[in-house]
Design a protein around this ligand. Structure first.
Ligand SMILES: [Zn+2]
Length: 250
């Protein structure tokens, strides 16, 4: 660990908020099945009005508008705000923890993809390939060369992590006859395992399992709950556990 610089925390957090605003846009457009590229400018879901630049300022615009569209008054939804705050917090933590470094860039990009994927998973129970596969393809060379872990350790981490989830998925389908873990979780695990390394995996799965169980209590109270068969997306908890371990151990 090189150690971060307090003076960089605020600019890094602001960078995170801006990237979080983009993440919110990506998640929203993916969930709404709208093209990510066009229209280029953000718009209101209810009235279709193109947003002004002021309405695209992260967090602040939400607070100033009381979470409503200025044109039609429709509620904006809290997802974008939470994504922006999560990315801002993550980039602030990285600056404090690692300072300007390859670790900051690699974990920043990884965290951005994780947070975007996690919020999509919370809504749709899907982890889209357009996030998990590039993350997997980039995480391995980044861990091996940019973070100096060598070629073997990230490879074992990625394969062992994905294999463990794949076996859990297989066992669950055999025993319960329903899909408990998606293939998206297995794909996400490739990038997580490459970056955390094999030794962190036991703790990672414990952390993800415990937080997912705790959240399961919340999901049980939803109107569409189905007793012990109630589905809980696992991706957000894998992502959360990965970010906690990276911030903690580096
Ligand atoms: Zn509107």
């Amino acid at each position: 660990m090189t150690g971060g610089d307090w003076l960089l925390v605020l600019p890094a957090a602001i960078l995170g908020l801006a990237l979080g605003s983009f993440a919110g846009c990506v998640a929203h457009r993916w969930l709404a099945e709208v093209s990510i590229l066009s229209p280029a400018r953000s718009f209101c879901d209810s009235c279709g009005r193109t947003l002004t630049w002021g309405e695209n300022i992260p967090v602040l615009s939400y607070l100033l508008q009381n979470g409503r569209c200025r044109g039609c008054g429709a509620p904006i939804g809290v997802r974008n705000l939470l994504i922006e705050l999560a990315c801002g917090l993550w980039f602030g933590i990285l600056a404090w923890r690692f300072g300007p470094s390859w670790a900051f860039a690699v974990y920043g990009a990884f965290g951005w993809a994780c947070i975007t994927a996690a919020f999509i998973d919370l809504d749709s129970f899907l982890l889209p390939d357009f996030l998990t596969l590039p993350a997997a393809a980039l995480a391995y060379p980044a861990a091996a060369w940019l973070l100096g872990r060598g070629w073997l350790e990230p490879l074992i981490g990625a394969l062992a992590g994905a294999a463990f989830l794949w076996i859990l998925r297989f066992a669950h389908m055999r025993l319960r006859k329903v899909e408990g873990l998606g293939l998206g979780d297995v794909k996400l695990m490739l990038s997580i395992g490459a970056l955390t390394g094999p030794l962190a995996l036991p703790l990672l799965f414990i952390l993800a399992g415990v937080t997912a169980l705790a959240a399961g209590v919340f999901y049980l109270r939803r109107p569409d709950a189905d007793g012990l068969r109630t589905a809980v997306p696992f991706g957000p908890f894998l992502a959360l556990a990965a970010l906690i371990l990276i911030a903690w151990k580096g």
